[in-house]
Design a binder for this molecule. Structure first.
Ligand code: DGL
Length: 267
């Protein structure tokens, strides 16, 4: 496929489920003309407590599926998969793969940033990937990563004890504030949707939604590679899930309006 044909090929997005739709929502504001193929790996949800081997195997299979659909690039719209799988799969395919953590770290650090807090899933924190990537930008930066409990379930309202879980947010933010961070990265696709609760215990200016930085990075990289779709009509969207399409539509509403019903496809 030559570059000219490639421009109208879809961009693949994947996540464990609906969380990556929050990245897609941001992406759509900046790049409305791109065709999109979104894959929600709902049968393996949640990714946050899976092992590295499992996450690598899921990512590899999804990327193979995306390759069979002639994507021109893939967005790993999931912090956990970026943290645990990207390094292993990044050279296996001949299209650009954009991982959220590695693509946004540079945009977080500026000359006044000396301490960065990160809230993320257990698997992301275990990988230490945010610390590694932030230190590549500034070796002196201090990073504190906290694995937040049940925050994904709070946003999706699937937790059994929502009041208790919401109460825990207070102690987790208070623990973070003892570190006196200059910035706090919301290092899971769901967490920006907890801002109303989080900002009861820390100032709004501290919190960073990496999706904003991520999307700007993707746009400029696609531009550099001459891969942007130059058409002036809104892009098509296809959604695939590995289980429960109805639940995907229901939970996805929090993040994005899904226009086409998702197709069941196990990678
Ligand atoms: N979307 C995933 C992330 O950004 C978290 C959801 C999950 O645990 O499956 O890390």
């Amino acid at each position: 496929m030559n570059i000219k044909d490639n421009k109208t090929s879809p961009i693949g997005f994947f996540d464990s489920g609906v969380g990556g739709l929050s990245v897609l929502a941001r992406f759509r504001k900046v790049l409305p003309f791109e065709n999109i193929l979104y894959y929600g790996d709902t049968i393996h949800l949640p990714y946050g407590n899976k092992s590295k081997d499992e996450l690598v195997s899921y990512a590899r299979n999804i990327l193979k599926f995306m390759m069979s659909r002639n994507v021109k690039a893939v967005v790993i719209a999931c912090n956990t998969s970026s943290a645990q799988a990207y390094d292993t799969v990044k050279d296996m395919f001949n299209f650009p793969i954009y991982p959220i953590i590695q693509s946004c770290a540079k945009g977080v650090i500026d000359s006044r940033t000396s301490k960065v807090g990160v809230f993320a899933t257990e698997a992301t924190v275990k990988s230490g990937k945010y610390t590694i990537e932030l230190k590549k930008c500034n070796p002196n930066v201090l990073v504190k990563e906290i694995a937040s409990k049940n925050w994904v379930s709070i946003v999706e309202k699937t937790t059994k004890n929502i009041e208790e879980d919401i109460k825990n947010i207070k102690s987790e933010v208070e623990e973070m504030m003892k570190f006196h961070p200059d910035k706090i990265i919301l290092g899971c696709t769901h967490y920006p949707y907890l801002l109303d609760e989080l900002t009861k215990y820390a100032s709004k200016e501290l919190f960073i939604d990496p999706a904003k930085i991520f999307v700007d990075f993707i746009k400029s990289d696609l531009e550099k590679r001459k891969l942007l779709n130059l058409s002036k009509t809104n892009g098509k969207e296809e959604f695939f899930v590995s289980s429960n399409p109805d639940e995907f539509i229901q939970n996805g509403k929090i993040f994005y309006e899904i226009k086409n019903p998702p197709i069941l496809h196990l990678c």
